[in-house]
Design a protein around this ligand. Sequence first.
Ligand SMILES: [Zn+2]
Length: 125
Amino acid sequence: MINRDAVQKLSSKAFLATEQRIPGLGNGILQDILCNAKMHPKRKVNTLSHEDREVLFDSVKSTISVMTARGGRDTEPGLFGRPGGYKTILSKNTVGKPCPACGSTIKKEAYLGGSIYCCEQCQKL
Ligand SMILES: [Zn+2]
């Protein structure tokens, strides 16, 4: 049984990438979805306005679409042993590097049994 209030209290990371709410959407792709939406992974769903939710939903669709069109992320080899052509914005490979949007340093943090990567300038809590 899904408790609507409990779902609203989740962080955007937990909302998007747990319970198979969006099957296949995992931690790797999640980072760039939230980066493109300019939302912090710890931002609670119940703090998102209707417009924020539209921005987030658009980012889910556009980020997946671009990633797919470019053959997947450059962080992992694909079925044929080659990395994809999508240049991942936030990953283990970009920690400590400048954010492509604002130049601030990309940070890594442990959260919910995994890692989150974010630009604290672009992605507001
Ligand atoms: Zn930034």
